[in-house]
Design a binder for this molecule. Structure first.
Ligand SMILES: [Zn+2]
Ligand SMILES: [Zn+2]
Length: 255
């Protein structure tokens, strides 16, 4: 399996997953122009994409889904409840709905879906699997639930939200209601919360760790990295660490 975060953060997210010549995209908050530019920059071939899956209906995840689906003739996969709430927003697309908890089958790639904790109708987190590799994806998560934590154990790779530094958020420019939203059970994971989860999720088989959805206002890539490093420092086997960016794609990570 290879994967690449074309963008990560509150201005737009897009994750590319590929196996045996078939690719799927999870979320797209980028314009078509930006999506193609970044895919090209990462050396990815867009004709391989057949499907796009939506984690939840915030603009940074769904904003570019309709245009990209029309441009590349993709099937859009969304939970039934999320689709109901977004009926008009996607425009005309080939839509396939599913119930949270279902495993979606894309030939050599399967996607296990699980309920998230976020302020949208039916947010989901994922475990991506091929016959031999596994990748967990959990961002936009107010709290690390038992369900998600259990499913993220013993994977080959993890994409985990390190959204904000608590002090930067509390001392920062956000209005109080927004600070409260970010901190709530339906908001985002702080560096400290993500590091705490990482402590019990890291294991000798974890090869790749990506820190994702890092706030530009309430965090820095360095603080997120420090929080993760503080957990990994006393591990005998350390995963490769990638810090995803809002502005440019990560390297294509091979599992
Ligand atoms: Zn988001
Ligand atoms: Zn969100």
């Amino acid at each position: 399996m290879r994967f690449c975060l074309l963008a990560s953060g509150s201005k737009g997210n897009s994750i590319w997953i590929e196996r045996e010549g078939r690719a799927l995209v999870i979320d797209n908050g980028l314009s078509c122009v930006e999506f193609f530019k970044r895919a090209n920059q990462a050396g990815l071939v867009t004709s391989k994409i057949k499907d796009i899956v939506v984690s939840h209906e915030h603009t940074d995840h769904i904003g570019g889904v309709g245009p990209l689906a029309r441009k590349l003739n993709l099937t859009v996969h969304m939970t039934r409840l999320a689709a109901l709430s977004q009926a008009t927003r996607l425009g005309v697309v080939r839509l396939k709905t599913f119930e949270t908890g279902q495993t979606l089958d894309f030939g050599p790639i399967s996607l296990q879906t699980m309920t998230g904790s976020h302020d949208t109708v039916d947010p989901i987190a994922f475990v991506v699997k091929t016959n031999s590799k596994s990748l967990g994806l959990a961002t936009d998560l107010g709290v690390m639930t038992n369900l998600i934590h259990q499913n993220l154990r013993n994977l080959d790779a993890l994409i985990l939200e390190f959204n904000h530094d608590l002090n930067m958020l509390l001392d920062g420019p956000y209005p109080f209601f927004l600070k409260q939203r970010v901190r709530s059970r339906l908001g985002h994971l702080s560096n400290e919360e993500a590091a705490l989860a990482l402590k019990t999720l890291t294991h000798p088989g974890l090869k790749e760790l990506v820190l994702a959805h890092i706030s530009q206002t309430n965090n820095t890539p360095e603080l997120a990295r420090l929080a993760a490093e503080s957990v990994l420092a006393d591990q005998a086997h350390r995963p490769n660490l990638t810090v995803a960016s809002q502005f440019s794609p990560t390297a294509v990570i091979e599992l």
